[in-house]
Design a protein around this ligand. Sequence first.
Ligand SMILES: [Zn+2]
Length: 78
Amino acid sequence: MSKPEDMWQCQTTNCGYIYDPDRGDRRGKIPKGVSFEDLPDDWKCPVCGAGKKCFRPLAGEGSVVDESCGHYSNKSSS
Ligand SMILES: [Zn+2]
């Protein structure tokens, strides 16, 4: 089970995807056990396509959202 500090949540509107290193990202071809920091710089949220800078950890330091992410919104409303 991942610690909250190791789990990163997408901050874009209407997304809420959480990267869990215990699961990896199958769509992004990220195997299990890869920490968020070790993801490639061009990795994107599999849900909304936001970049890594739009993520922040669920706990711990660094939980500050980059301001530029505020402009990135997923228009699809369901
Ligand atoms: Zn997202």
